[in-house]
Design a protein around this ligand. Structure first.
Ligand SMILES: Cc1cc2nc3c(=O)[nH]c(=O)nc-3n(C[C@H](O)[C@H](O)[C@H](O)COP(=O)(O)OP(=O)(O)OC[C@H]3O[C@@H](n4cnc5c(N)ncnc54)[C@H](O)[C@@H]3O)c2cc1C
Ligand code: FES
Length: 269
C-alpha cells in the first residue's frame, strides 16, 4: 500500500513535544476512519509511525486529526511539520472501538496520558449525539496538569458529562485528585452490571484498571483495551506486531479483555 499525499492545515502544540495536526488529502475525498483505528503517517526522509485518529470521525468532509508525541525519528519529524507541509498517509488500519455495543448503555472511558487521543473521537461522537450511549463517564490520568491533552476542551467536557481527572504530581494550585487514576475509579459509582468500558494507556495502568473494574463487578466481556506494539507493514504480513496468536495491526488494536486475558496477564510479552 503506497502512502497518499496529505497536507497539514492546522497545528496545535498540546504541550512541549506533543502536537495535534489537522490534515487534508491533496487529492480531496473522504477519509473513512473509525474511532480506535489508526493510520501510518510518513514523515518524508524520516520514517513511518502508527498514529490513532484523535478527532471527529462524524463527517468525511472534516479534516483528519492526529495527536503525536515525539518519541523517536519518525514521530519527532512529524511533530516538527508546519502548516502547509506535506506528509504521506497509509490507512486506515485495524479494528476500532465497538461503538454499536454502547447503545442505551453507560459508557466508561479510562485514559492514561496519550491514551486519551484514540478515545477523544468517542467523546466528540457522544457530544454530537452520534454515540447511542445513555451516559458517559471519563477518567483521565496524566503525569502533571500541564501535560494534560486537549486543555481548551476540558472545561466544556466537564460541564457535559462526568469527567474525573488525576495527576501524578502537581503544585498547590491544582484542585483535582493527585495520585493514580485507579484511586478515583475505585471510589466512583459505576453502573457495573451494564457498563461498557473502553481503556487506553500504558499497559501497567491498564492492568491496574482492569483489577479495579473486575473487583467492582464489571464483566470481562464488557472491557475493551487498545494495545500498542511496534508496527511495520500494518496489514498483517511482516509479523512485527505479533502478540500471542494476534497481529495487533489487523486483529486489534482494540481487543475485548475476555479474548486476550491470557496474553495480557504475561508482563513484557
Ligand atoms: C495502534 C497504534 C496507535 C498509536 N497511536 C499513537 C498516537 O495516536 N500518537 C502517538 O504519538 N503515538 C502513537 N503510537 C505509537 C507510535 O506509533 C510510536 O511511538 C512510533 O511508532 C515510534 O516511532 P519513531 O520512529 O518515532 O520512534 P522509534 O525510534 O521507532 O522508537 C522510539 C522508542 O519508542 C518505542 N516504540 C516504538 N513503537 C512503539 C510502540 N508501538 N509501542 C511502544 N513503544 C514503541 C521504541 O522501542 C523506542 O524505544 C501508536 C502505536 C500503535 C501501535
Ligand atoms: S505490522 Fe506487520 S504484521 Fe502487524
Amino acid at each position: 500500500m503506497i502512502p497518499e499525499l496529505w497536507r497539514v492545515t492546522h497545528r496545535r502544540e498540546e504541550f512541549p513535544g506533543t502536537i495535534t495536526l489537522s490534515l487534508t488529502r491533496e487529492a480531496g475525498g473522504p477519509s473513512p476512519i473509525q474511532p480506535g483505528q489508526f493510520n501510518m503517517l510518513y514523515a518524508f526522509g524520516a520514517g513511518e509511525a502508527a498514529i490513532s485518529l484523535s478527532g471527529s470521525s462524524a463527517s468525511p468532509a472534516e479534516p483528519l486529526t492526529h495527536t503525536i508525541k515525539g518519541q523517536g525519528l519518525a514521530t519527532q519529524a512529524l511533530c516538527k511539520l508546519e502548516v502547509g507541509t506535506q506528509l504521506g498517509i497509509r490507512g486506515p488500519f485495524g479494528q476500532g472501538w465497538p461503538t454499536h455495543l454502547a447503545a442505551n448503555r453507560p459508557l466508561v472511558i479510562i485514559a492514561g496520558g496519550l491514551g486519551l487521543a484514540p478515545l477523544r473521537p468517542l467523546i466528540y461522537s457522544f457530544l454530537k449525539g452520534h454515540l447511542p450511549a445513555r451516559r458517559l463517564q471519563v477518567f483521565y490520568g496524566a503525569r502533571r496538569p500541564e501535560e494534560m491533552l486537549y486543555q481548551p476542551e476540558l472545561g466544556h467536557w466537564r460541564s457535559s458529562f462526568e469527567l474525573v481527572t488525576s495527576v501524578d504530581h502537581a503544585s498547590t494550585d491544582w484542585n483535582g485528585h493527585i495520585g493514580v487514576i485507579t484511586d478515583p475509579l475505585r471510589v466512583t459509582h459505576l453502573e457495573c452490571n451494564d457498563a461498557l468500558v473502553f481503556v487506553c494507556g500504558p499497559e501497567i495502568m491498564m492492568r491496574f484498571c482492569i483489577q479495579v473494574l473486575l473487583h467492582k463487578g464489571v464483566t470481562e466481556s464488557n472491557i475493551y483495551l487498545s494495545m500498542e506494539r511496534n508496527m511495520k507493514c500494518a496489514i498483517g504480513i511482516c509479523g512485527h506486531c505479533q502478540w500471542g496468536p494476534n497481529f495487533v495491526c489487523k486483529d486489534g488494536p482494540v481487543f475485548c479483555y475476555r479474548d486476550i486475558r491470557s496474553w495480557f496477564q504475561i508482563n513484557s510479552l
